[in-house]
Ligand binder design. Structure first.
Ligand code: ZN
Length: 120
């Protein structure tokens, strides 16, 4: 039994060190729509709305499995919070850049064309 003090916020996590290769693998396995090329890559966290690098991300063990946590101090964001760009901030240059790129996707165009045809 681990004693838990009322003043402690959230579950107590025990962080561990793993090799850079393992860490990169874990980041890619747990991430959704986010690909890490290396630990130098920087991604965004919805939880703290900040950018962090793969090497700063924390690894902890829970129920015998390894989990990834956001690299920002005191943030317990998990891989479902990670993103390639801060999509929650429509005024951010990266988001605007991405929105523009989205409009150029052939799939998107095809969808629009189909929609138009159906209406006619
Ligand atoms: Zn975070």
């Amino acid at each position: 039994m681990i004693p838990r003090h009322p003043e402690n916020r959230g579950p107590r996590r025990e962080y561990i060190e793993i090799s850079p290769d393992e860490k990169l693998k874990l980041l890619n396995e747990h991430g959704i729509g986010v690909t890490w090329g290396s630990l130098d890559d920087e991604k965004w966290c919805l939880h703290c709305e900040k950018k962090f690098s793969g090497s700063s991300a924390r690894i902890y063990r829970e129920n015998g499995e390894l989990w990834v946590e956001c690299g920002t101090p005191d943030c317990d964001g998990s891989p479902i919070d990670f993103a390639n760009y801060p999509w929650w901030d429509p005024n951010h240059p990266l988001t605007q850049e991405h929105d523009q790129a989205m409009g150029e996707f052939p799939d998107d165009e095809g969808y629009k064309t189909k929609k138009k045809k159906k209406r006619r």
